[in-house]
Design a protein around this ligand. Structure first.
Ligand code: HDL
Ligand code: ZN
Length: 434
């Protein structure tokens, strides 16, 4: 007798509000729901207008993105020393010439600039940047932000805010105005990874800390975090960690993590974002473009999630080899939320692999993507690429489900897309549905 799958033979009551979507219509239905659902972008390096020059936008910033700088040095005889001696305009001209005129812009980052130019109906194959520059120079920032968010289909971006950054800290201390579409994050790299170079800044501000983070230093760091929580109202705390990071280990950073940061996150009901797997400055001559990737020992996650069950960990890993383990650990610990296809992972070939294995192992209990945008207009291509890559993956998951005995309605698709791109983040960060 042929085994019957669950629900086979029984007619599922029609879900209220919509019919079961025919298999042949699934792709179109998923595409439409993805386009119609405003996304919460949970990790960017964007800044709201009150941060002035810290907020990057326009064609020269788009072209001098460190992803493109790395590609430029492979297609030009210009050395990094020569390049970094140029003005921003000269750098953008050099990158445009090398990657967009002398070669075809088929890399992910180069094609992204083409997509932004097309979104504003600017020429995408000019020999120079005159027309693009004239366009961006005539935009007023607040209107431009609304137009960019509208094209990208995002409702909110989460920033990366460093209380020890000498340029950014004054903006907060001078009362940077909150912006409804830009939410803050308390970034902790200088505390957890570079204490030796930065502890004196805290000491100068009256926090009783020392070079060894001994004695009452952890309590003072906790007070520092509470003080900045009051200023920033962050969605979470965050740190980028090298591939060599491990927990537990007798390190100063781990001491502050366990004795200051994690207790503060519990007290303030905030997740901690761990972005793991950078090999910092593999080629320092490339500056921001000089970081590489390494496979981490993700038993650190097992140890952290088990040791700190009351903390919530948002985790993104940089090595392709770590992605599958991250999914398995997410199955073991519900205080672990995998998010995004980070940095060198944010390419369709890898996004597809990562997203399929996450759906197969986690259903819709993960956050598929963040943009990591550093330049405002990048959200346009980063989110259109995400929608383009996800539509076939999600519709295929529904096709398989239908073949195995259960159809989905458009309401089901809307519920799932809303969970993936909004309510998983909302419930973890108390975004109150923004
Ligand atoms: O540490 C991070 O937040 C990374 O995203 C780095 O900023 C990296 O340089 C980057 O921009 N990746 O996309
Ligand atoms: Zn980032």
């Amino acid at each position: 007798m042929k085994a019957t799958l669950p629900n086979q033979g029984r007619h599922r009551p029609q879900s209220t509000g919509a019919q079961i979507v025919e298999t042949a219509q699934l792709f179109q239905a998923v595409e439409e729901v993805l386009v119609a659902t405003p996304i919460i972008d949970i990790h960017t390096h964007l800044f709201s207008p009150s941060f002035g020059k810290l907020g990057l936008w326009g064609i020269d910033e788009l072209l001098t993105y460190h992803y493109l700088e790395a590609e430029f040095f492979r297609s030009s005889p210009t050395t990094p020393e020569q390049y970094f001696a140029l003005s921003k305009t000269q750098q953008a001209d050099a990158i445009w010439r090398a990657l967009f005129v002398e070669n075809t812009p088929i890399s992910e980052s180069a094609r992204g600039v083409v997509a932004v130019l097309k979104a504003f109906e600017l020429p995408t194959d000019s020999l120079d940047l005159a027309e693009a520059r004239a366009f961006f120079q005539t935009q007023s920032l607040e209107d431009h932000i609304q137009r960019v968010f509208g094209i990208a289909g995002i409702s909110l971006v989460v920033m990366t805010n460093d209380p020890l950054d000498p340029e950014e800290a004054p903006a907060w201390l001078n009362g940077a105005r909150e912006h409804p579409q830009f939410r803050a994050v308390l970034r902790l790299d200088k505390i957890l990874r570079h204490w030796a170079a930065h502890w004196q800044v805290l000491a100068a501000q009256g926090y009783k800390v020392d070079a060894q983070a001994s004695g009452k230093s952890a309590a003072a760091v906790q007070r520092f975090l509470f003080d900045w929580y009051e200023r920033m109202h962050p969605m979470y705390m965050a740190v980028s960690l090298p591939d060599t990071f491990f927990y537990p280990a007798e390190t100063l950073g781990n001491h502050l993590l366990a004795e200051a940061v994690l207790p503060s996150c519990r007290e303030l009901d905030l997740p901690l974002s761990l972005m793991i797997g950078v090999r910092p400055q593999a080629n320092a001559a490339l500056r921001l473009a000089g970081d590489a990737v390494g496979r981490a020992d993700l038993r650190l996650l097992e140890n952290l999630c088990r040791t700190f069950p009351k903390n919530r960990f948002l985790v993104s890993v940089l090595s392709r080899e770590n992605q599958h383990e991250l999914c398995v650990y997410a199955r073991k610990f519900s205080n672990l939320m995998p998010f995004g296809c980070w940095w060198f992972m944010n390419n369709p070939s890898i996004v597809e692999e990562i997203t399929r294995e996450r759906i197969e192992m986690l259903g819709t209990s993960f956050i598929p993507q963040h943009s990591d945008a550093r330049v405002l207009e990048q959200v346009i291509y980063k989110w259109s690429n995400t929608r383009r890559t996800l539509a076939p993956i999600l519709s295929n998951a529904y096709r398989l489900l239908a073949e195995d005995g259960r159809g989905v309605t458009r309401n089901d698709i809307q519920r799932d897309v809303t969970r993936l791109f909004r309510s998983n983040a909302d419930s973890w960060m108390n975004l109150n549905g923004h």
